[in-house]
Design a protein around this ligand. Structure first.
Ligand SMILES: NC(=O)c1ccc[n+]([C@@H]2O[C@H](COP(=O)([O-])OP(=O)(O)OC[C@H]3O[C@@H](n4cnc5c(N)ncnc54)[C@H](OP(=O)(O)O)[C@@H]3O)[C@@H](O)[C@H]2O)c1
Length: 263
């Protein structure tokens, strides 16, 4: 298998690092292009081919990851169109481009799959949503799963849930970072050094998330298990309710979904 990357920014680099870390294919089977090729030097040093045009990537590789911003997707597809053919599988990670929209700008004989990774992919702890709608074979889907499993987990979902799931996993890390920052600020106010506050907060979140994954029960049950009657934690829960925490989080997510629908 040969893999091509068009665009190698935050997400493209995270995926490429996962592929290299897991030895999915040898580095010299990978071809990349980006607007500023000189910035791909660290990958070139590992044996990845850095090419000077997007069309060269299409000619060299069969599995192509489109890791460019959504607003230039159409112009890049126009640029590579004449070199695309039935041997290619295009993997699009562009937000706001579900399969029904994407198929109108991809030649009919070219296979494609839509995938929505998230930023924890940069530390190998991503969660990628794969859309079951698209134009692909089982072998193609297997390839895509192997690529995205190299940066975390994958979930194949019905097209109806794709955008909303993408917003849940793609946007929410920013909400979580906001929560971490708020908690750290409060800890600093209480006299805890910032670095210590950050480590403790992040480890606590990671552990709590593991509990939620393993327990598989309602998070309210887990919350209740921390709240002793008349204790300290329930005082904090009361403050969260007084400040509309639950509604704020729900609203943040719903706004992200609505914005995604308008893109
Ligand atoms: N970041 C996330 O959390 C996230 C999550 C899910 C999905 N996505 C999707 O991933 C895609 C990339 O996002 P990103 O955050 O990685 O963006 P990014 O960091 O800005 O990377 C964009 C890349 O595209 C390259 N590029 C720009 N114009 C190009 C052109 N004409 N031809 C080839 N390459 C070109 C840039 O090259 P230079 O760097 O050399 O200028 C850069 O490497 C987007 O569609 C986004 O919706 C991102």
């Amino acid at each position: 298998m040969t893999i091509g990357f068009i665009g190698l920014g935050h997400m493209g680099s995270a995926i490429l690092n996962g592929i290299l870390r897991n030895n999915l294919v040898p580095a010299d089977s990978i071809y990349v292009s980006r607007k500023h090729p000189e910035n791909a030097q660290p990958f070139a040093a590992q044996g990845v081919h850095v090419l000077l045009s997007n069309s060269e990537v299409i000619q060299a590789a069969d599995t192509i990851i489109l890791a460019i911003k959504p607003n230039i997707l159409v112009s890049v597809l126009e640029e590579i169109r004449e070199n695309l053919n039935s041997r290619h599988l295009l993997i699009s990670i562009a937000a706001g481009w579900p399969p029904d929209r994407l198929q109108s700008v991809i030649p009919e004989d070219v296979s494609f799959i839509c995938a929505m990774p998230n930023v924890p992919a940069s530390v190998g702890a991503g969660c990628t949503i794969l859309n079951e709608k698209g134009r692909y074979s089982e072998e193609h889907m297997d390839t895509v799963r192997r690529i995205f499993n190299s940066i975390g987990t994958t979930h194949l979902v019905d097209n109806r849930y794709y955008s909303a799931c993408g917003s849940l996993t793609g946007c929410s890390p920013a909400f979580v970072f906001e929560f971490i920052e708020s908690l750290c600020d409060a800890a600093v106010l209480c006299g805890i050094p910032k670095n210590l506050a950050l480590s403790l907060t992040a480890e606590m979140l990671s552990g709590s998330a593991q509990m939620a994954i393993h327990a598989g029960s309602h998070p309210g049950i887990l919350k209740d298990s921390v709240c002793s009657p008349g204790g300290t934690t329930i005082e904090g829960i009361r403050a969260l309710h007084e400040h509309g925490f639950h509604a704020a989080v729900m609203d943040a997510y719903i706004r992200a979904v609505e914005k995604g629908n308008r893109l």
